[in-house]
Each structure stands twice: as C-alpha cells, then as structure tokens.
Design a binder for this molecule. Sequence first.
Ligand code: ZN
Length: 191
Amino acid sequence: MTSRTHDLFAFASLVTVAAYYPPASLNLITAAACLVGNIIGSLIPDMDQATNRLWDLLPGGDYLGKFFKKLFLSHRTLSHSFIGFFLLYHLLSWLLPKLLNSNFINVSLVISAVMIGLVSHLLLDAFTEEGLPLFFPLTWKIGFPPLKEWRIKTGKWFEKFIVFPVIVIYLFLFFINNKGVIISILKLSKF
Ligand SMILES: [Zn+2]
C-alpha cells in the first residue's frame, strides 16, 4: 500500500477506536499529538524502505534510510511483525514520558494513537500480494485472501480506485452515524 492509503486508514482507525472507547479527558495538545503520532505510527513499518516519507522530514534522511534498510535485513520483516510491535510499544513507553511533559499531554493516549496507526498499517498490508510476516523471524506470511493472486497490488488501480475511495466513504458515513460521540470528544479538547 502507498503511504497515502496508510495515512488515511490510520486516521479512520483512530476515529473509530476513539468513538467506541472515548477518552475520559482530552486537551488540544494531546489531540494534536495523537493525530501526528497516528500518522507517524502508520509510516513507521515502512521505514525499512529508504524512500519512506518520514526520512524526507529528517536531515540526512536519505543516508539514514539506507542504513535502516540494511538494519531491517529487507523490506517487510521485523517492522511488520509481532516482535516489532512489542519493541516499538516498549520503546515508546520508555521514551515518550521522558520527551513529553505529562502535565500538558496525556502520554498514554499518544502511545495508543501511534500503536493504532501501526496496527492499521499491518492490517492493510495483509491484503497486499506480498503478505504480512507477522511471525518474523519465521518466514511464514499471512495474507487475505489466502490466494496471493487475489490480493492487492501496491499503488495499482485497485488500491487507487477501490481501497482509497472506500476508506473515504467509510469515514464520511462514520462521521454521519457517530456525530454525537465525535462532537462530544471534540468538545473535550475545546476545539
Ligand atoms: Zn508496509
């Protein structure tokens, strides 16, 4: 999947989870950090590709991207697995409370938003023909449907004209059907 599709699906996943499990409290900074964290989470798994958009944002990103590609062995290994998920979760749980001031930001909400972005990425990738190496270092890959030929080819017509528009329509319908909850969450953060 392209990063555009991943971003949008991550956002759709975030608002869906937020509507079903509304936060008890939320301020504007936390809401903004959750949105940014969610997008970053959705891009993290593909950081093993030197072309990843996240690298463009960093000075020397080109070089770092190539280094990371070597570190991750090849595309779609550690970063698309259960082990990668737990490593990232523990890294964030250790790092973010040190970086963010918990008087102003609800760090656990931000971590949840990042992890939702990551899970949404893995979920979408399972529908692509490459499959998902969830049990890395085992080489077995998960894919839906099981027949590889029926799965989505990244960046091709099915993703552009079916998957992407379907997520847009889903978001639209979701906002209409869950207006009340969404407005109450927005009110929490005093938008
Ligand atoms: Zn991926």
